[in-house]
Design a binder for this molecule. Structure first.
Ligand SMILES: [Zn+2]
Length: 525
């Protein structure tokens, strides 16, 4: 059994331009749990307020399988483990599993840490022993292991043996600088497997474009724990991409993981969900999960693939929830839509006609820039509209936004909204720090007295992406809004050439979905 350890929420966020709020991280953690990841590294507690908030809120997260893991360092030099603040911060997270990193390369010990090789060994041993005495699962990340091993194999091995002897549940060999090549990994891991009696793990970076290859080679050589990130997000050239590692293990190497065949079909969707949540475009050429990963171009090839798919595809794309693009959009086919609808309490099993119409609409909308991967609530509203079971809570007559830039540099937006609720017409005006904020306030003034539950709904996050310009039209803006009401959170989407219009669309879906799923109901994500 290979242990899957995801560090998207910690190492992944080191990627330039990637930032996740605590709320984002919780939503990603839920999806990683659905996928079957064993350990989800949530962050570096004590390093920033966002991670502290994440671990606080993660305590109430209900996960079916995964364990949230906190990441930190060994004790500092010349103090006891009991007195070390960062070890204390790890324990305070309440996480059952902890991961600490320590130095294995003498150069780093003497130059970066400025301590002796003996003290470094003591730091590793003491820290692991102390955390084990607190009854936690403890993983030891051997930082710069491969470079360290190449420089001084005896010392690198001794550091790992010290962690193992202190009780580490796995010793993770890290290619921190990402420059090691597969044949070196194969040799070194084999030597470590022979020398140590402890489960070994691999943590690879992609600086030499070998992170996935190195991870697979390490597992082939005896590692039983693999660390990586969704979509390979990470510092510099990124981390090992779990969306490639997981299917390779399951489909090609016959390795057992907690991602069974059913869960593996979620891979493409989870990958895109993480991209959307990070406000990054999914990469079309990404192996296994990219939109083009199974797209066939050219006459003979395309028509042949319909008859003889196996001749042109390295795996059946359905196994990872992807599709040969000839068929449909990114959101997948009939079965997954039917399954999604069921999650929303809508039974479509006997209604293949509606399924077909909805899939056509999704395809059309995605062509215009919509993306439903992080906007389940908008998808549900669209579905109910198609089925004719959707009851709007209000009808817009018009809205208007005015922006004012003042002499003192302040920018204010004023929104006026004209709306019909239960046969009455209301006009409301509000000010905000931006158009969405002003529109949201005006809408609440207009309809709040009819729908007291609206008070509980807050807009948590707001993401804007300008999509590629299409021929003959202006650039299109996509707005994603995340909302919450204290026991659940949901995502909605709006698309328009006008950013305010796109925001309004996402805002209306957010409010309407929130109103149609009041707090008392059981929570759904
Ligand atoms: Zn790393």
């Amino acid at each position: 059994m290979i242990t899957l350890y995801d560090t998207t929420l910690r190492d992944g966020t080191q990627r330039e331009g990637l930032s996740l709020s605590a709320e984002d991280k919780l939503r990603v953690a839920m999806r990683l749990d659905d996928l079957g990841i064993d350990y989800i590294e949530g962050g570096f507690p004590g390093s920033n307020p966002k991670d502290i908030e994440f671990f606080e809120r993660a305590k109430t997260l209900v996960l079916s399988h995964a364990k949230i893991t906190a990441f930190g360092t060994t004790r500092r030099k010349d103090i006891t483990a009991e007195d070390d603040e960062s070890l204390a911060a790890l324990l305070e997270t309440g996480c059952e599993a902890l991961c600490i990193f320590g130095k294995t390369w003498p150069l780093h010990v003497t130059e970066t840490l400025q301590t002796s090789l003996e003290e470094n060994l003591a730091m590793v041993g003491d820290s692991v022993r102390y955390l084990k005495s607190q009854r936690r699962t403890v993983f030891f990340d051997a930082e710069h292991f491969f470079d360290g091993y190449k420089a001084d194999p005896a010392y690198a091995l001794e550091v790992c043996r010290t962690a193992a002897d202190a009780g580490a549940d796995a010793v993770v060999l890290c290619d921190t600088n990402g420059g090691t090549l597969p044949h070196e990994v194969a040799r070194i891991v084999a030597e470590m497997v022979a020398a140590l009696d402890v489960p070994l793990g691999i943590h690879a970076h992609n600086d030499a474009a070998c992170a996935v290859a190195n991870s697979l080679v390490a597992i082939d050589a005896g590692c039983v724990h693999v660390q990586g990130t969704m979509n390979g997000y990470g510092e510099r050239a990124g981390n090992a991409d779990l969306t490639s590692i997981i299917p390779a293990l399951t489909l090609k190497m016959g390795a057992e993981t907690a991602v069974d065949a059913d869960r593996l079909r979620l891979l493409t969707e989870v990958s895109h969900f993480v991209a959307e949540t990070a406000n990054l475009s999914p990469y079309p050429q990404q192996p296994y999960v990219g939109g083009s990963a199974f797209a066939h171009k050219g006459g003979v090839h395309a028509s042949a693939s319909a008859r003889l798919e196996a001749a042109y595809e390295h795996i059946d794309p359905a196994l990872v929830g992807n599709l040969a693009r000839v068929v449909v959009s990114e959101l997948a086919g009939r079965a997954s839509l039917t399954m999604k609808a069921k999650e929303m309490g809508i039974d479509l099993t006997g209604d293949q006609e509606t399924v077909g119409t909805v899939l056509d609409s999704i395809k059309e909308l995605e062509h215009h820039g919509y993306s439903f991967e992080a906007a389940d609530a908008s998808l549900e509203i669209m579905l109910r509209k198609k089925l004719g079971t959707y009851e709007p809570f209000f009808a817009l007559e018009s809205f208007r936004c005015i922006m004012e830039k003042r002499e003192d540099g302040k920018v204010m937006t004023e929104a006026t909204i004209k709306i019909h609720v239960h046969g009455h017409r209301y006009i409301a005006t509000a000010e905000g720090n931006g158009p969405v904020n002003a529109l949201d306030k005006a809408l609440r003034i207009a309809i709040g007295s009819f729908y007291p539950h609206l008070d509980a709904i807050v807009l948590d996050d707001f993401k804007v992406r300008v999509l590629d310009e299409k021929k003959g039209t202006g650039a299109v803006t996509r707005v994603l809004i995340e909302s919450a009401d204290g026991d659940k959170s949901w995502g909605t989407v709006g698309v328009s050439e006008n950013i305010i219009e796109a925001s309004w669309e996402a805002l209306v879906d957010s409010v309407e979905w929130g109103l149609s799923h009041p707090r008392q109901e059981s929570a759904r994500q």
